[in-house]
Design a protein around this ligand. Structure first.
Ligand code: NAP
Ligand code: GDD
Length: 357
């Protein structure tokens, strides 16, 4: 029997990589997409299949995490074996501007989906996309037992969703797992997250379209990994005999300043000539340092990231250079083929450039 997966957030960075690996493993993939007045499926367009093809394995449905009726109907109709809940308002800075909406989508959205699984009576394993942002002010390194001290409306919503996932596991015996993922990036990362904002700006500067890059807190440290490796961890969690919660990261932290320096020097530019700070990109409360302790995931899932910080920077800069029609330096591409990672991504390009955060 073909296994079926239901994925929320399939049009996002992680959802697009997850859909790829699930299809490559032979799954039928059912994804929830939001109706928009323009197409918002650019990250999964390469996976699109003609709806008239009787052998297709990718199915897309309009829906929204605020629409519990539609979620329940879809889960009942699709009857998936695995549910990956990745949909969220995922931007921390935006969550300070839209705290209620973020609570509704990122927090209550998880409850709606868990309840939809319960009400539809299906026996699906459930993955909740929890976040290292939940650790907030708890000092590093952070593991599964570290206290959750959220510092943003986004993090508070994720903490609520985390505990609802645990509650549905304990109260109703549903096989629900939390993946507590540290920051993971790629050429498909949204353009307003800091790594992508930096690599995209570099390509624009080299192309002569931009002179300065305005950033916020350069001292914050993050544990940055390569997104395609992290979606493999999501899948591994749902293949375990027992549901559980796992921290996923690299165990190494770098500051935003280090990312900037590494990326600018890769293309032979001096960051000091191009990078300025702007108060609008600072947050009312900040998470200063995140560093994962992944002992449990390594021992129980056998999961180990391969891509290093420097390699990640090069992969992303190369992809953004290519998206601007520039010749990439090439080390990023070489890394992917050396590691046998078949992700020769084109960078996600939004023609309007988006609103910077
Ligand atoms: P992303 O690129 O921002 O994707 C978010 C997805 O959620 C998109 O498909 C988006 O649809 C969808 N979505 C947003 N609001 C929705 C709504 N009201 N109804 C239905 N769908 C909605 O995020 P990501 O980086 O792939 O992250 C995936 C998940 O992991 C998120 O839950 C995020 O919070 C969590 N997480 C991410 C990281 C990380 O470093 N990337 C780390 C820890 C946890 P549109 O395409 O239409 O906007
Ligand atoms: N976005 C952004 N833009 N961040 C900036 C900027 C800027 O101009 N300048 C400095 N930063 C700093 C932020 O203050 C933060 O400390 C760090 O760069 C990383 O910011 P983001 O890339 O926006 O990611 P995040 O860590 O806040 O959140 C991401 O990772 C979480 C996991 O820890 C998101 O993907 C969340 O959805 C995810 O849960």
């Amino acid at each position: 029997m073909t296994r079926k997966a239901f994925v929320t957030g399939i049009t996002g960075q992680d959802g697009s990589y997850l859909a790829e690996i699930l299809l490559s493993k032979g799954y039928e993939v059912h994804g929830l997409i939001r109706r928009a007045s323009t197409f918002n499926t650019c990250r999964i367009d390469h996976l699109y299949e003609d709806p008239h093809d009787p052998d297709r394995r990718l199915f897309l449905y309009h829906g929204d995490l605020t629409d519990s009726l539609q979620l329940t109907n879809l889960l009942y109709d699709v009857a998936p074996d695995e549910v990956y809940h990745l949909g969220a308002q995922s931007h921390v800075k935006v969550s300070f501007e839209m705290p209620e909406y973020t609570g509704n989508v990122t927090g209550l959205g998880a409850t709606r989906l868990l309840e939809a699984v319960k009400r539809s009576g299906i026996k699906a394993s459930f993955y909740q996309a929890s976040s290292s942002e939940m650790f907030g002010s708890s000092p590093p390194p952070q593991d599964e037992d570290t206290p959750l001290r959220p510092r943003s409306p986004y993090a508070a919503a994720k903490v609520y969703a985390f505990w609802m996932a645990v509650n549905y596991r304990e109260a109703y015996g549903l096989p629900v797992s939390n993946g507590i993922l540290f920051n993971h990036e790629s050429p498909r990362r949204g353009e307003t997250f800091v790594t992508r904002k930096i690599t995209r700006a570099i390509a624009h500067i080299v192309a002569g379209k931009q002179k300065y890059l305005y950033l916020g807190n350069l001292d914050a440290k993050r544990d940055w990994g390569y997104a395609p490796e992290y979606v493999e961890a999501m899948w591994l969690m749902l293949q375990q005999a027992q549901p559980d919660d796992y921290v996923i990261g690299t165990g190494e932290a770098h500051s935003v300043r280090e990312f900037v320096d590494e990326a600018f020097s890769y293309v032979g530019l001096d960051a000091r000539e191009h990078v300025k700070t702007d108060s609008r990109y600072f947050r009312p409360t900040e998470v200063q340092v995140l560093i994962a302790n992944t002992k449990k995931a390594r021992q129980r899932l056998g999961w180990e990231p391969k891509v290093t910080f420097g390699q990640l920077v090069r992969i992303m800069v190369d992809a953004d250079m290519e998206s601007q029609g520039l010749k990439p330096i090439g080390e990023g591409r070489a890394t992917l083929s050396r590691l046998g990672l078949n992700h020769a991504d084109r960078a996600l390009v939004n023609p309007t450039g988006g609103v910077e955060r």
